[in-house]
Design a protein around this ligand. Structure first.
Ligand code: HEC
Length: 406
């Protein structure tokens, strides 16, 4: 029996990812795991740049750039070929259908937003189907770490601050940047998947350097912007944490969330300080729910483990002291969730268990909050208010008294 950090036993049926990957690798015929990843990453790359470019090729049902339009059609054809190269698995047929629909949309010169949404949905489906790792296994490095490799490998074409130069486009255009997730930037620098720069670029960069470059590229458009307000961090916790921060494309979000994510992902070091561990736990649970709903049960399980380990564990002892019944309730809800994730009861049970747990974690957060300190001005404002009331009463009393005297 494997003991995991949730403090719970890991049912072998749910399988360690290693076993899962190994068994899948053995059952998949023809194409090896590493190759699957490379082919999948290439297809993702093409889909994400396709989504970003489409608005420049077609506007209001008219082709505005014929060369780009033809290139986009070829690009999608390549995606379809790549997908066909991937091992066949349940779900691939539906992925291929969604690519067909995408192709029809382009032929019909449909609206850019719709086409982009479809392309991005297809990319997400592809990533889930082939379990492509789209989020770093370590915390995101700060943008500063990417400065040196950027000067060495990129600035010659893109300018020192990504402002663009003769040989490369600007990387500092907000609307453009919003079309890409952090992972899209990272993937673009994968020497085995790079479909934009050609071979060679980034061959001597390791994974961490590529994530640092992705963060730096994401920081260019927001270089002179102030951080978003703190309440947005409360409202969109999943965007502050991995994998949400790495895989979400800002353009797919409501305006305020998009603006916040554009800043946050360029400043992951500043974000870490913002995030309350229990908010992180809630965000990860939410991601676990969506992973489970999408059929990725292993991914869901590990997100839940992460939620426990990184979000709840640091505060468990404190909560046990402050509110033992609530701590006990949360303990049993974690094991309910574990059971639901291990069972074959489908997503409804998992989502119900996770939502109950999230509600309790929210409660725990309120219980652990220190009583709000009253700022000094509240005290002085009350004194002034009381003074004003007293003066008012005296005045009124005096007026009445004078009238009576007359
Ligand atoms: C030889 C010049 C050159 C170098 C070096 C180079 N790029 Fe590029 N880059 C380009 C060109 C040209 C494009 C546009 C390609 C296209 O759209 O087909 C591009 C596209 C991009 C894009 C996509 C931008 C968009 O809006 O679609 C990103 C991100 C990017 N490069 C990042 C980098 C990073 C990071 C490095 C360094 C590791 C780098 N580039 C090195 C020339 C270069």
């Amino acid at each position: 029996m494997i003991v995991n950090p949730m403090g719970l036993s890991l049912n072998p049926r749910c399988c360690s990812p290693l076993i899962l990957v190994l068994s899948l690798a053995l059952t998949w015929s023809g194409i090896a795991r590493g190759e699957t990843e490379a082919v999948g990453a290439q297809a993702l790359n093409l889909l994400s740049s396709f989504a970003a470019d489409y608005a420049d090729a077609v506007r209001d049902g008219q082709v505005t750039d014929h060369r780009l339009y033809q290139q986009q059609k070829r690009q999608l054809q390549t995606v379809k070929t790549l997908v066909r190269e991937l091992p066949n698995r349940p779900g691939r047929a539906s992925l291929e259908r969604s690519l067909d629909t995408l192709q029809q949309d382009i032929e019909a010169r449909r609206d850019a937003r719709q086409v982009q949404r479809r392309a991005n949905t297809a990319a997400d489906r592809l990533a889930a189907l082939y379990q492509l790792q789209r989020s770093p296994i370590h915390p995101l490095p700060p943008a500063a770490e990417g400065a040196r490799p950027f000067r060495k490998h990129c600035a010659g074409c893109h300018g020192l601050r990504g402002e663009g130069a003769e040989r490369g486009p600007s990387l500092a255009v907000m609307q453009r940047s919003a079309q890409f997730s952090l992972y899209d930037f990272y993937n673009l620098l994968d020497p085995t998947a790079d479909t934009l720069h050609g071979t060679g670029l980034g061959a001597d960069l390791d994974g961490r350097q590529r994530w640092a470059l992705a963060v730096l590229v994401a920081s260019f458009p927001v270089a002179d912007q102030l951080p978003p307000s703190a309440d947005l961090a409360e409202r969109y916790p999943a965007l502050l944490a991995l994998p949400g921060m790495a895989i979400t494309r800002p353009a797919a979000l409501p305006d305020d969330a998009a603006a916040a994510l554009l800043w946050w992902r360029g400043h992951p070091d500043a974000v870490r300080a913002l995030e309350h561990p229990l908010v992180r736990a809630g965000g990860l649970l939410q991601l676990a729910e969506s992973a489970h709903r999408a059929g990725d049960t292993t991914g869901a399980y590990y997100k839940a483990v992460l939620a426990y380990r990184q979000g709840y564990l640091p505060l468990r002892a404190q909560l046990e002291k402050r509110d033992p019944p609530l701590a006990e309730q949360i303990r049993s809800q974690w094991s309910e969730l574990r059971d639901a994730l291990n069972g074959d009861g489908g997503s409804a049970g998992v989502i119900a268990a996770s939502q109950k747990l999230r509600a309790s974690l929210k409660q725990a957060r309120a219980r652990l909050e220190p009583p709000p300190e009253r700022p000094a001005y509240v005290f002085w404002a009350s004194i002034l208010f009381a003074g004003a009331v007293i003066i008012g009463l005296l005045w009124w009393w005096q007026l009445r008294h004078r009238r009576r005297v007359r």
